[in-house]
Design a protein around this ligand. Structure first.
Ligand code: AMP
Length: 510
C-alpha cells in the first residue's frame, strides 16, 4: 500500500478476502469487464453527449497514455478538480489504470484549499476545468506548486498502450474528510474496498441494467460517486446521467428525458424538489428511488417526501471515511437512518470512556469494516485520536441503535457545521477570522436553519471597533477560501461562555 496509509491488519484483510468482500479487482479492471459485457449501451449522458461503455473504456485508455506521456507516474498524486462532466469519470479511470492517485477536490475550492491539498498529498499534477462559472482555475493552479497542470482544453490523449495492472490492495484515490479539524484530511480508498462498497450499495438499491441514475450532487462526493452513485450504476450496465446542477429545473427535465429511476440528494435540496414537484410540468414518474442523506432531516418533513415525489424514500447515513447505512423499507425510512450495507460492518455506540452504552442510549458512533479505512493519509498524530486502538473510526456523531439494530443519528460531538450539502469545520473558519484586525476572539458554530439545516454563525469578541458581517465576509473572500465557508451571521459579545473545564461552551452559543 502507498506509503503514508494505514493498511488493515493482516487478520482483517485475510478475513475480508476469505469471506468474499475483497475480490482482488481494481476499479480499472471492473470497468474493462463491464465494457466487454455492455459495450454499445450508453454509460454516461451529459447535455447532448452520450458515451457508450466501449467508448468510455477506450477513452480512459487514451487518457492513461496521454498522462503517462506527459510524465505522470504510478503512485503520483494528482489533484482533480472538475465540475460535473463525463471527463471526471474518464480521467479518474485513466489515472486508476496508470496507478496514479486522484485527490478529489471540490469544484468550490479556491487557492487556500487547493494549496493545502497539494501540500498534504504531495501532488505533482493538477487537472482543472480551465475557466468555469466565471472563475479562472488555470490562474489559481499556476500559483500553486504543481509540476504539471492540465485543463479540459489540454491535449491529453495518446495512442492506447497497456500498463501493469493496479494492485487491488493499493490506494485508488483520495476522498476528503468533512473537516472536523482545521483543514480537510485525505481518506485513502483502496480498489478492493471501493469496488466492494459500490457493488454492495448497488445491490441493496437493487440496481440493474435498466436503471438510470442521475448524478445531481457533485460527482466527487462519495454519495454521488459510489454510494452506489455513478460507479454502482456502471457496474450493473445502467446509464448514469450527469446534471450540471441539482436544481429541479434542470433535474426534472433530465428525469423526464432520460427516464431516470434513481437519484441521491441532501435534505435541503430535497425540500426544494418537494416544493417544485407540486407545480412542475415535467413527468418525473419514472423515479423509483430517492436516496436522501448527508445531514439530519426534520421528521415531519421526512413523511412528505415519498408522496410528493411519488417514489420510495431511502434514508442514507454516509461518510467519506467508509460506513454506509441505508433504510430498507418504507417504515424504517420514516424515522431511522437504516442498517449497514455490509454484514461485516461493525457499529458500536460508545460513551466517553469508549465503553458500549446500553441499547437505545445515545453515545458516539464508532465503526470499522471492509470499506472503512484505518487511517487518514500522512497524519499519524491525528490518527491516534481519530481511531480507537482496535481500529474503530470515531465518527464524532451522536447516535443510538434501535432494538432492530437501526441507526438513528441524534447529534454531533465534532465541531462541524452542515450547511445544505456542505461540511464546514468551525476551526477552519475560526482560524481565518482570528486573523482579522478587529477580532480579539472568535467562536464559530452552526445555528439551526429551517432551510439549510444550519447556518454559520461567528461569535466575535471585538478588538476596538466591532467588524460587520460584510467586512468579515470580504476578509475571508480575500483569503481565497471557498465561498460556502463564509459566515452567514455575526454576533458581537464581550466574552465567551465557558464550560466547567474552561473551554468555549459551543452548546451555549448555539
Ligand atoms: P461526509 O464525509 O462529508 O459525507 O460527511 C459525513 C458526516 O455527515 C457524518 O459523519 C455525519 O455527521 C453527517 N451525515 C451524513 N449522513 C447523515 C444523516 N443521514 N443524518 C445526519 N447526519 C449525517
Amino acid at each position: 500500500m502507498l506509503d503514508g496509509c494505514t493498511p488493515w491488519p493482516a487478520e482483517f484483510a485475510e478475513r475480508y478476502r476469505a469471506e468474499g468482500y475483497w475480490r482482488g479487482e481494481s476499479l480499472g479492471a471492473v470497468l474493462r469487464a463491464t465494457a466487454e459485457e455492455f459495450g454499445p449501451r450508453t454509460a454516461l449522458v451529459h447535455g447532448d453527449r452520450r458515451i457508450s461503455y466501449a467508448e468510455l473504456d477506450a477513452w480512459a485508455d487514451r487518457l492513461a497514455t496521454g498522462f503517462a506521456d506527459h510524465g505522470i507516474k504510478r503512485d503520483e498524486r494528482v489533484v482533480v478538480q472538475l465540475p460535473n462532466v463525463p471527463e471526471f469519470v474518464a480521467i479518474c479511470f485513466a489515472l486508476f489504470r496508470l496507478g496514479a492517485k486522484p485527490v478529489f477536490a471540490l469544484a468550490a475550492h479556491r487557492h487556500t484549499e487547493i494549496r493545502h491539498l497539494q501540500e498534504l498529498s504531495g501532488a505533482t499534477a493538477y487537472i482543472g476545468p480551465g475557466t468555469y462559472r466565471g472563475f479562472d482555475y488555470r490562474d489559481m493552479a499556476e500559483q500553486i506548486d504543481f509540476r504539471l497542470r492540465f485543463d479540459l482544453d489540454s491535449d491529453l490523449e495518446g495512442a492506447p498502450r497497456d500498463f501493469p495492472e493496479a494492485d487491488p490492495s493499493d490506494v485508488a484515490f483520495f476522498l476528503l474528510s468533512g473537516g472536523t479539524t482545521a483543514l480537510p484530511k485525505l481518506i485513502p480508498r483502496m480498489h478492493d474496498d471501493y469496488v466492494y462498497q459500490t457493488r454492495t450499495a448497488a445491490s441493496v438499491c437493487e440496481l440493474s441494467a435498466d436503471d438510470v441514475y442521475l448524478a445531481a450532487l457533485p460527482i466527487e462526493f462519495n454519495f454521488a460517486w459510489g454510494s452506489p452513485g455513478v460507479l454502482g450504476t456502471l457496474w450493473n450496465g445502467g446509464k448514469a446521467v450527469i446534471a450540471d446542477t441539482p436544481s429541479p429545473d434542470e433535474c426534472f427535465s433530465l428525469i423526464e428525458r432520460e427516464g431516470v429511476t434513481v437519484t441521491a440528494l441532501v435534505p435541503s435540496l430535497t425540500q426544494i424538489w418537494v416544493e417544485v414537484a407540486e407545480w412542475t410540468d415535467s413527468d418525473i414518474s419514472t423515479l423509483r428511488l430517492l436516496q436522501v442523506g448527508g445531514a439530519r432531516m426534520r421528521p415531519e418533513f421526512v413523511k412528505s417526501i415519498g408522496p410528493a415525489l411519488n417514489c420510495r424514500l431511502q434514508q442514507v447515513f454516509g461518510m467519506a471515511e467508509g460506513l454506509l447505512t441505508f433504510t430498507r423499507n418504507d417504515v424504517d425510512a420514516l424515522d431511522t437512518q437504516g442498517t449497514p450495507i455490509s454484514p461485516a460492518d461493525e457499529m458500536r455506540i460508545a460513551d466517553e470512556s469508549g465503553n458500549d452504552v446500553p441499547t437505545g442510549e445515545i453515545g458516539e458512533l464508532i465503526t470499522r469494516g471492509p470499506y472503512t479505512p484505518r487511517g487518514y493519509y500522512r497524519v499519524p498524530e491525528h490518527n491516534k485520536k481519530a481511531f480507537t486502538e482496535d481500529g474503530f473510526y470515531r465518527s464524532g456523531d451522536l447516535a443510538r441503535l434501535t432494538e432492530n439494530g437501526e441507526l438513528v443519528i441524534e447529534g454531533r460531538i465534532k465541531d462541524m457545521i452542515i450547511r445544505g450539502g456542505d461540511k464546514i469545520s468551525s476551526g477552519e473558519v475560526e482560524s481565518h477570522l482570528g486573523e482579522h484586525a478587529g477580532v480579539a476572539g472568535v467562536a464559530v458554530v452552526g445555528v439551526p436553519d429551517e432551510f439549510l439545516g444550519e447556518r454559520i454563525c461567528a461569535y466575535v469578541v471585538p478588538k476596538g471597533r466591532a467588524p460587520s458581517l460584510d467586512e468579515l465576509r470580504a476578509f475571508m473572500h480575500g483569503r481565497d477560501v471557498a465561498e460556502y465557508k463564509l459566515p452567514d451571521l455575526i454576533k458581537i459579545i464581550d466574552a465567551f461562555p465557558l464550560t466547567p473545564l474552561g473551554k468555549v461552551d459551543r452548546k451555549a452559543l448555539r
